[in-house]
Design a protein around this ligand. Structure first.
Ligand SMILES: [Zn+2]
Length: 683
């Protein structure tokens, strides 16, 4: 899914779902708390805990041809798709629906995407007004006007424009500007010289050529255009921040006023740009990557106008291809899914259209979704769990040996103030301003983008809405937002195997407990720790404690840098640091919360021959069961701040003294045993 790629500064549990098949998930059937048949007893827990817990599942669950991975998240994602399908079908079948109501919009949007006959007949005709604008460009000022016009549709050939809280003044919402303009997933793809990346660049050039041919250009000019795009994108990529730099909240905080912006890029007329996107009064903007903006300005002066026109045509078609006729959809799939992710064939149309509908009418569908599928009792149980986790993290902080009392006081205040949202928002979004018609799928998608752009930009200058959510209720994921100091758990993830109302506590603490602890720990990872209890970027650490934190995290960076996931492809310890801290902290805090919950109670009896503490770790390892294609793994290592699933288990458990207590047979002679002095203690 290449839409709504507006970056938000939240720290999530995983990198966006890609969907995985689960043959007609049966919602009535009880989900087994822990499936010991999934384990591989021939592997010793000290040699490779991930495979010990999941080996048989890995063998018996090959990746379907229309997926790039198969895992527990995607199984749940797939179950959710079936649940949402019921909602959409009910909406579409409801008699006497009021025109303009959410129900009508859901049905109409979905049907417009399923009407492949009409989509085929129209071809690129719905985009004619957009192409006409590009054709009419004569000079730099015209280029800017067209980019501004595109921006309102969230097509961002230059940069993303959106709003967020001012990181140094979290009560104020300001405009934000973030590098864009490239079609490959990350800047490294333009420069790395390994064989796999070189091959991807070759295939990208072929893809660009084919897309221009689909726009009725002859092969030689299509090829020439492809080379132009590659050259321009490479120039932009060179000036872009790397993904590690983009994680740095200080480096990406560059608030300027209109004068400051004009100084950075004198060749963009910002006053008229902001007027053309509909926000003439914008006076303050945070520029994430100033060097990128500077280079963009230089390129405006030096790159011929005709090349810019080619560039805009490419970005228009790249943003809309998934919603056009079959030739565009197939070619887009061929590069972005087959080449980059190893996916063999496309998912059925209804699933893709359903995902887009569920994105575009997120809370309208979410409202129906929670009414139908989210039991109120789940919210209560989840809230209790979060409180226990908070207690556990509080104790951990109080007893940390590497942190002094001054910093502890601030850390505890931050934890105390951390907000929690569970299930769904208290206040639902109003979709009355969203135009949906049966005329054109791609125009519905673009109108939804206009609606989202206005939604984000209208927040500027207004008070922060405390009820707002950054994910829809049906999402199978969770996040921490440092600007708000809050953790958020959508209803979508509060289901088995993450949250199982029928399972014993050891299982739930190992699964959803770990998820809660993970998000909480994000408030204190290498990025989160730079924000205070009120969501402001402010250093509340003593010098000594900052240094101690850096020393401990350096061990973790080094540890993860050594994990080789494919030949000569290693985990990036710096890129994944925040997530690795959250995984280690999350598991530790969840384990200790579970232990606290047992106080004054009889120790639970072993089940299937495993003690309750062993079941905690097995539950944790089983929720990360994953089979992934090599191509997708290679892509993730470059772009994803999360470590690969196997490392998310094996990188964590051998750092935990609690693991050695639970599995006393794990000894120094085992392959992954870590000596006490090798184990970082962070949270
Ligand atoms: Zn995370």
């Amino acid at each position: 899914m290449k839409r709504f790629i507006v970056p938000i500064i939240t720290l999530t549990l995983l990198a966006g779902c890609s969907g995985n098949i689960n043959k007609n998930a049966d919602t009535e059937k009880k989900y087994p708390p822990l499936d010991i048949k999934n384990m591989d007893p021939t592997v010793r827990p000290g040699d490779d805990f991930f495979t010990y817990a999941n080996g048989n599942w890995l063998k018996n669950n090959p990746i379907p041809a229309d997926k790039n991975a198969r895992d527990a998240f995607d199984e749940l994602f797939e179950k959710n798709r079936h649940d949402i399908k019921e909602i959409i079908e009910e909406a579409a079948a409801t008699q006497g629906v009021q025109a303009g109501s959410n129900t009508e919009k859901i049905g109409t949007f979905f049907n417009s995407g399923m009407d492949s006959l009409s989509i085929e007949q129209k071809g690129t005709a719905p985009l004619k007004p957009f192409f006409d604008k590009i054709d009419a460009i004569r000079n730099i000022s015209d280029i800017q006007s067209v980019v501004a016009f595109f921006q309102t549709y969230q097509i961002s050939p230059f940069f993303y424009l959106f709003s967020n809280q001012d990181s140094k003044n979290s009560t104020s919402v300001i405009a934000q500007c973030y590098q864009s303009g490239t079609g490959l997933p990350e800047r490294d793809y333009y420069f790395n010289t390994d064989e796999a990346t070189k091959k991807i660049r070759e295939k990208y050039l072929i893809h660009l050529t084919k897309m221009f041919e689909l726009l009725n250009e002859d092969p030689s000019s299509a090829q020439k255009n492809a080379n132009t795009i590659m050259r321009m994108e490479t120039q932009l990529a060179k000036a872009s921040f790397s993904n590690v730099e983009n994680q740095d909240p200080q480096k990406t905080y560059n608030k300027v006023n209109l004068e400051g912006l004009s100084k950075l890029t004198p060749d963009i007329n910002w006053r008229s740009y902001f007027t053309e996107v509909g926000y003439p009064g914008l006076s303050e903007i945070n520029v994430f990557q100033p060097g990128f903006m500077k280079e963009l300005g230089n390129m405006l002066k030096t790159v011929p106008v005709d090349d810019w026109k080619t560039f805009l045509r490419w970005h228009l078609i790249n943003a809309t291809a998934p919603f056009l006729s079959k030739a565009f959809v197939d070619q887009n799939f061929d590069f972005y899914n087959r080449t980059l992710r190893g996916q063999e064939k496309m998912e059925p149309r209804w699933k893709l259209v359903l995902d887009v509908t569920s994105n575009s009418l997120g809370e309208a569908i979410g409202q129906l979704y929670v009414n139908k599928y989210f039991p109120p009792v789940a919210k209560q149980r989840m809230t209790d769990l979060v409180l226990n986790l908070k207690k556990s993290l509080k104790l951990r902080i109080e007893n940390l040996s590497w942190m002094g009392p001054e910093t502890k006081k601030e850390a505890l205040a931050k934890l105390e103030k951390m907000g929690v949202k569970v299930g769904y928002p208290d206040k639902w979004r109003d979709y009355s301003g969203l135009a949906v018609s049966s005329q054109s799928y791609v125009i519905n998608v673009l109108n939804s983008n206009v609606f989202e752009f206005k939604y984000t930009m209208d927040k500027i200058g207004n008070p922060v809405d405390p009820t707002e959510w950054g994910m829809t209720p049906q999402t199978v994921n969770a996040y921490y937002n440092p600007n708000r100091n809050e953790i958020v758990f959508p209803a979508g993830i509060l289901q088995p195997p993450f949250f199982n109302m029928d399972a014993d506590d050891a299982i739930n603490y190992g699964a959803i407990g770990m998820v809660i602890g993970h998000e909480m720990t994000h408030g204190f990872d290498n990025t989160g720790r730079q924000f205070d209890k009120d969501g402001n970027l402010r250093d509340w650490w003593t010098k000594e404690d900052s240094k101690a934190f850096e020393d401990h995290t350096a061990m973790l960076i080094d540890q993860y840098n050594h994990y080789e996931v494919l030949d000569s492809t290693f985990v990036n310890g710096k890129l994944t640091l925040g997530e690795n801290i959250a995984d280690l902290g999350g598991s530790t805090v969840a384990y200790n919360a579970y232990k606290l919950s047992l106080e004054g109670q009889e120790t639970p009896k072993p089940i299937d021959g495993f003690t309750n503490f062993q079941r905690f770790f097995l539950s944790y390892a089983q929720i990360w069961r994953t089979n992934m294609r090599d191509e997708e793994l290679r892509r993730r290592v470059k772009v994803d701040e999360h470590s690969p699933a196997k490392i998310r288990i094996n990188g964590v458990v051998y750092n935990m003294p609690e693991f050695y207590d639970a599995f006393p047979d794990v000894k120094p002679e085992n392959k992954l045993f870590r000596q006490v002095e090798q184990r970082p203690v962070i949270w």
